[in-house]
Design a binder for this molecule. Structure first.
Ligand code: FDP
Length: 339
């Protein structure tokens, strides 16, 4: 295929979207463009991880109590350094850091940025898809040094969210509230081209994604729902098939394109994670924005809409049920007794 025929680059798409909003100053476009540069650098390192010194653990534990991988450290530093001086952000928070991250003095912009530099990091060493997730809000203190309160906003206030998945190809998927669009990186040119315009999540699916090894620790409603999915009923397309990669961004991406429901409910396995495993600011909230913009839905296991939850802590965890709308609606009916 001739390269010109790839068509719209992500930069042009971002600028075209900006033109739909006459009041836009271009700052959000600038922020996204800077993030994309960081993502391309991470993609290049991920693609060659097995050849350099990037596999394995960095020898420390993060705020979540998880072993930090060398690529986690690289991705975190890369995004942090670039975004701290880009002039569009007033304060940041990373899944890898305990405290909010200030930007370079004098470079404060009007947005906040929450990011998971490398989601699914237990999959790095085995060459399975991983990704970077991001979420952008307007700072209350626009143009001033930001503070933690600027970051503790519900998902419904997001102005942009997305992820870059480092998979069989590198893809960027993002929304600014005008639908969800996917771009594939041509590594020979170093450019993301529009490959998946206006992604719509299938309304109903035949796939479920869950860590079934946790089933001894599930609550009864979860058992009943999974049994329902596995029961034979031709008319409603059951049994469903299981697909679990163990890398949220990869499981979500699969379900976004092919349809499916992902569940990480509360369980009794680890008292430190009694409120669920996944992080609201870095995982649940940005993916909920994308799911909703693509026609899907995201709730907790007691029926709360993820987008409505006001975070009380930068590293708050939530139970997450996300995916095809009708599947989430059915799951909700099983969990109704918990609400
Ligand atoms: P990981 O621990 O490898 O970083 O939140 C992190 C995450 O991966 C998600 O990407 C993934 O969906 C989930 O945890 C996997 O958890 P389990 O290993 O408990 O299934």
């Amino acid at each position: 295929m001739i390269k010109e025929s790839y068509g719209i680059t992500v930069s042009r798409h971002i600028l075209d979207s900006q033109r739909l909003h006459p009041e836009a100053t271009g700052d959000l476009s600038g922020l996204l463009s800077e993030l994309i540069v960081a993502a391309k650098t991470i993609s290049a390192e991920v693609n060659m991880a097995g050849l350099g010194d990037f596999l394995g653990q960095a020898g420390k534990t993060n705020i979540q109590g998880e072993k930090v991988q060398k690529l986690d450290v690289f991705a975190n530093q890369n995004i942090k350094r670039r975004m701290a001086s880009c002039g569009y952000v007033s304060i940041m928070t990373s899944e890898e850091e305990a405290d909010a991250i200030p930007v370079v003095a004098g470079q404060e912009g009007k947005y906040t940025l929450a990011f998971d530099p490398l989601d699914g990091s237990s999959n790095i060493d085995v060459n399975v898809s991983i990704g970077t997730i991001f979420s952008v809000h307007r700072a209350h203190s626009g143009g001033q040094p930001g503070c933690e309160v600027d970051l503790l906003q519900p998902g419904k206030n997001q102005v942009a969210a997305g992820y870059i998945i480092y998979g069989s190809s590198t893809m960027l998927v993002y929304t600014t509230g005008d639908g969800v669009h996917g771009f594939t990186l041509d590594p020979t040119v170093g450019e993301f081209y529009l490959s998946h315009p206006d992604i719509r999540m299938p309304e109903r699916s035949k796939y479920y994604s869950v860590n079934e090894g946790n089933s001894p620790f599930w609550h009864p409603e979860m058992h009943r729902y999974i049994e329902y999915l596995k029961a034979v009923d031709k008319q409603s397309g059951r049994p469903y098939s299981a697909r679990y990669i163990g890398s949220l961004v990869a499981d979500f991406h699969r379900n976004l394109i092919a349809g499916g429901i992902f569940l990480y409910p509360r369980d009794t396995k680890n008292p430190a994670k009694a409120g669920g495993k996944l992080r609201l600011l870095y995982e649940a909230s940005p993916l909920a924005f994308i799911a909703e913009q693509a026609g899907g839905r995201a709730i907790t296991d007691d029926g709360r809409e993820i987008m409505e939850i006001v975070p009380s802590d930068l590293h708050q965890r939530v139970p997450l049920i996300i995916g095809s709308r009708q599947d989430v609606d059915i799951a909700e009916s099983f969990f109704a007794s918990r609400s």
